[in-house]
Design a protein. Structure first.
Length: 454
């Protein structure tokens, strides 16, 4: 595991440790020693993942009138992957060390060592570079004789391309328009270090925007702007993001132009998502391989026919989750007593994506405070993701909520019994205000709407 730190001292090990301790992410099949390249999302992790997906989905579909959704099957006709170029081109260059038997991606070995065929770990001799296809193959049907070959999709995008005509026809979409999809993808990755950054099973949030040829560059710029603004809205520290334009040797086989948004993870700047100009490559190939006419008929322009160009925004959902954990993480000094309590670990999630939005905490279990707190929680449940915690000192309970990124804690005390008021404690500032329980919902909703990361 990469142990490097960036300026705020976050290491991947701290993130992994918190993720396990607080139920965000567990190693897959841990009791059997773990399964490389696969991770399980615990109670906090699945909430966070679902919220990120919902945030993205709202951004794409609800806030863009011309984008609709799709949920295509993972298993697709194998010809799809011949047409897409994945069978031929979706490969990593691999080398093995004859001495220590380790396997490497050739493009990750320092060029001088690769030229000398020298293992970067033990100095042993490396094999020749060979192409390794990243698609997982399996078999469909009762006979395993190769006739039922089927792939686990390595990207969700192809499900969109093969359905584009269905969607134009069923939903009367007019170019330019987009199709959004969230779903699993699988790649037989050789290097799977750095926690959930690069895994064999992961989730993508992809949107394919169909445009008139010639308008592709304009919409490419537009979507770059939209994707940058998305992260601002999500409350990400924008100084941790940067653009990286693909050089000619980096461009995927389908792309005319491509930019990555990179985030400064603990191991350095790495790709977070890509914005690609895929031209008419995919539709041309599917038209050719399927024999079906995939041209768009422009009824507003004399029934002109053309294959639309495609601008793709392709984000990794699970990678975004890792980014948000890293971005939100802070070890903060909050007192000066010279003991462990001086520090808190806090996740500064945007309230819209925090796994728990509001925790209700009775100051004491006794004297009817627990019952009152439960009643208040009950009243909030319909609108917010809530938690309830009555065990331990109140300070400890705040810290537990800080560690999972709960933006608001509501404390119920003796005064609450008298006058119906409660304390709302804000995670980031730790400021506390007293409000009447009847105003609680409106207070929280306003705080969510007005939220800005300090
Ligand atoms: N449809 C285009 C496409 O799939 P990509 O750059 O290969 O493009 C897009 O992948 C995004 O998917 C990446 O920016 C990353 O966030 C995520 N991703 C790709 N491979 C991944 C892996 N092995 N594990 C986790 N996320 C991955």
């Amino acid at each position: 595991m990469d142990n490097a730190t960036h300026d705020s001292g976050i290491t991947m090990e701290k993130i992994v440790s918190l993720a396990k301790r607080r139920g965000f992410v567990f190693q897959s099949s841990e009791i059997y020693g773990g399964q490389a390249g696969a991770w399980d999302y615990g109670p906090m992790g699945v909430e966070l993942k679902n919220r990120i997906a919902r945030f993205w989905w709202k951004e794409m579909t609800q806030l863009h009138d011309d984008i609709v959704g799709l949920d295509a099957a993972i298993l697709m006709h194998p010809r799809v992957w011949e047409a897409s170029g994945h069978v031929e081109n979706f490969t990593d260059p691999l080398v093995d060390c004859k001495k220590c038997k380790q396997r490497f991606r050739a493009d990750m070995i320092p060029p001088d060592k690769l030229a000398k065929k020298e293992c970067p770990e033990c100095g042993g001799e490396l094999t020749d570079t060979r192409k390794f296809n990243l698609m997982f193959k399996t078999n469909i049907g009762p006979v395993d004789d190769g006739t039922g070959l089927i792939y686990l999709r390595p990207e969700t995008a192809q499900g969109i391309y093969v359905n584009y005509k269905n969607i134009v026809q069923s939903n009367r979409m007019k170019v330019p328009f987009g199709i959004a999809q969230v779903g699993k993808a699988f790649r037989n990755e050789i290097v799977t270090k750095n926690f959930i950054f690069r895994t064999c099973e992961f989730e993508q949030m992809e949107m394919q925007y169909f445009v008139k040829p010639g308008e592709d560059e304009k919409f490419f710029d537009y979507w770059r702007g939209q994707r940058w603004a998305y992260y601002e809205k999500l409350g990400v520290r924008m100084d941790k993001l940067r653009w990286h334009q693909h050089g000619p040797d980096e461009l995927a086989h389908y792309a005319k132009d491509a930019y990555d948004i990179e985030y400064e993870f603990p191991m350095g700047f790495k790709e977070l998502e890509g914005v690609h100009n895929r031209t008419d490559f995919d539709l041309t190939r599917h038209q050719e391989y399927s024999g079906k006419d995939l041209q768009y008929i422009d009824q507003d322009n004399g029934n002109a026919r053309y294959l639309p160009y495609i601008i793709e925004t392709s984000a990794g959902l699970t990678r975004q989750l890792l980014m948000l954990l890293c971005d939100a993480y802070e070890e903060q000094k909050v007192a000066d007593k010279g003991n462990d309590d001086d520090w808190r670990t806090v996740l500064h999630f945007h309230p819209n994506i925090a796994p728990v939005t509001v925790a209700v905490l009775p100051l004491m279990k006794k004297d009817g405070l627990a019952e009152l707190a439960q009643d208040i929680r009950q009243g909030l449940k319909e609108e917010f993701a809530t938690d309830y915690d009555q065990s331990g000192a109140i300070g400890r309970r705040y810290r537990r909520q800080d560690e999972i990124g709960t933006p608001f804690c509501v404390t119920v005390d003796y005064q609450s019994k008298e006058d119906g008021t409660v304390t709302v404690r804000f995670r980031d500032s730790m400021e506390q205000v007293r409000v009447h329980r009847d105003e609680l919902e409106a207070t929280l909703k306003k705080a969510i709407k007005d939220y800005r990361r300090a």
